[in-house]
Design a protein around this ligand. Structure first.
Ligand code: SAH
Ligand code: SF4
Ligand code: F3S
Length: 470
């Protein structure tokens, strides 16, 4: 009898890598691989990597060290283990990986993973296969349609890539090099994928793109559609209860998209809109192409369209040339906007990017102190925002069992985790919950009642994929 082949996919970095990992698992399922959460059981290990900061890259090489040990343990038990490195490190350092890590069989970039079966067939012992092309044809056309069972296993909230790549070339960032130029998927392909997901029980859709609000896909009418228009189309699909999108660039928040926030009930009142820094000359050196006040004015316009919108951002501290006064401008911006949540990072030199060659690199200790100060301030605002929820009733999309027996957990419209005693709710329901407390990691809710027409068959979430935050 043929033994079932098992694959373990581990993703690092951003949500698009999570999406790509799912699609790679779909490709491999066609080859007879079933997913396993246990790397020790895997006949095939796929590391879906991130190149954004030096630490992310170090993680990959240290994981490859562990995989090498695992491979030799399995070999002594007579079992073979094959290893794939995919994602942005594969794209950026493919040849280097092949040289440094002989354990690797296949190196495949983010635009060519639909060719995984051929690459695995071509690779042999001491003969790794490498594919880091940016093919002209679109990988999505070659990916198998997502199977109902696989979708259901992944829960009621799904990622859906609508745009990929970046033409912005911020001077600190590797993404334009690892993901390539901006490409938008056609509207019809996105609608078809969303319908398939909705039909399998997905309620919440997070549209993904490195620069998602620069979306400019071809519509069924042959014209170029914006993200605002696409969102309006997706909101009409039966079963689509919630829409989100990430990550946006401030320069691409057009009027139609801002208006959509006021007009589409399915579009959730939460927006991740990275600003990176608060001093104009740092923003200019980063090539962000907007000022701090430009960002403030943009936030005012978005809040005018959707007054309760929760905002989130990314920040970089210690960009080359950043002075104490510049950093104070970042803090001032934070105080003005009051973000509901945020990610913040120390600037990390990325070889090959323009900022890597700038003089005036900021000392590590200064970066660390600034990061601590910024994070304390952001945490203050996050907690304050969460406290304003206490006493309110929020619609919560039930996603999974909670930590305690009888508990369920889900997400508020503002992307906050909420847990509550199960009652009559099922995974996939959207239930109004009275928020009774704001705890450090999540809100505590109490069930008031299940909405008519919001019942869906339960979907069980599988623990088959691990993701580390970028
Ligand atoms: N496309 C998105 C995010 C890309 S990467 C955008 O335009 O904002 C996610 C975040 O990582 C960035 O927003 C930035 O804050 C951070 N980042 C990117 N390059 C970095 C670097 N070299 N050092 C530190 N942080 C970085
Ligand atoms: Fe990187 Fe800037 Fe593009 Fe975002 S917009 S992916 S930060 S280059
Ligand atoms: Fe994402 Fe990291 Fe690549 S953030 S686009 S996986 S470099």
């Amino acid at each position: 009898m043929l033994r079932v082949k098992k694959v373990h996919v581990k993703s690092y970095g951003c949500q698009m890598n999570v999406y790509d990992a799912e699609r790679m698992a779909d490709v491999l399922a066609k080859e007879g691989y079933v997913e396993t959460a246990r790397i020790e059981d895997a006949d095939l290990v796929v590391l879906n990597t991130c190149h954004i900061r030096e630490k992310a890259v170090e993680k990959v090489y240290s994981e490859l060290g562990r995989v090498r040990e695992l491979k030799s343990e399995r070999a002594s038990a007579g079992r073979d283990t094959r290893v794939v490195v995919a994602g942005c490190v594969a794209q950026a350092e493919g040849a280097e990986i092949v040289r440094r890590a002989p354990v690797v069989d296949v190196v495949v970039g983010p635009q060519s993973y639909h060719r995984l079966p051929q690459l695995l067939a071509a690779a042999g012992p001491a003969r790794p296969a490498l594919d880091t092309d940016f093919p002209l044809d679109d990988k999505f056309q070659h990916l198998p349609a997502r199977e109902r069972a696989a979708i259901r296993g992944r829960g009621v909230s799904a990622f859906l890539t609508v745009q990929e790549g970046c033409d912005k070339f911020c001077t600190f960032c590797v993404v334009p090099y690892t993901r390539g130029a901006e490409v938008s998927r056609p509207v019809a392909a996105i609608v078809a994928e969303a319908e398939r997901l909705a039909d399998a029980g997905v309620r919440e859709f997070t549209l993904l793109g490195q620069n998602v609000n620069a979306y400019h896909g071809v519509g069924p009418d042959g014209r170029v559609w914006t993200l605002g228009r696409l969102l309006g189309r997706l909101a009409r699909i039966e079963g689509v209860a919630r829409l989100r999108y990430t990550t946006s660039h401030p320069r691409d928040m057009d009027d139609e998209l801002i208006a959509a926030h006021g007009e589409l009930p399915a579009l959730m009142p939460y927006l991740h809109l990275p600003v990176q820094a608060g001093a104009d000359h740092i923003l200019a050196a980063m090539n962000r192409r907007h000022t701090a006040d430009g960002y403030r004015r943009l936030i005012d316009r978005i809040r005018a369209a959707r007054p309760d919108i929760a905002l989130s951002s990314d920040f970089i501290v210690g960009f080359p040339g950043e002075s104490d006064a510049d950093f104070a401008e970042t803090l001032r911006l934070v105080d003005d906007v009051r973000f509901a949540s945020a990610y913040s990072f120390k600037y990390s030199i990325r070889p090959g990017t323009p900022a890597a060659d700038l003089g005036e690199q900021v000392p590590e200790a200064v970066k660390a102190a600034r990061l601590a100060e910024l994070q304390a301030r952001l945490e203050r605002d996050r907690e304050a925002f969460n406290r304003t929820m206490v006493g309110r009733t929020l619609d919560v999309l039930v996603e999974r069992a909670g930590r305690q027996p009888g508990q369920l957990a889900g997400k508020s419209p503002y992307l906050q985790g909420v847990h509550f005693e199960g009652g009559t709710a099922a995974v996939g329901d959207i239930v109004p919950l009275a928020i009774v407390a704001a705890q450090p990691g999540s809100l505590l809710g109490r069930q008031a009642g299940v909405r008519d027409g919001d019942r869906r068959a339960p979907v069980v979430e599988s623990p088959h994929r691990s993701a580390d935050a970028a």
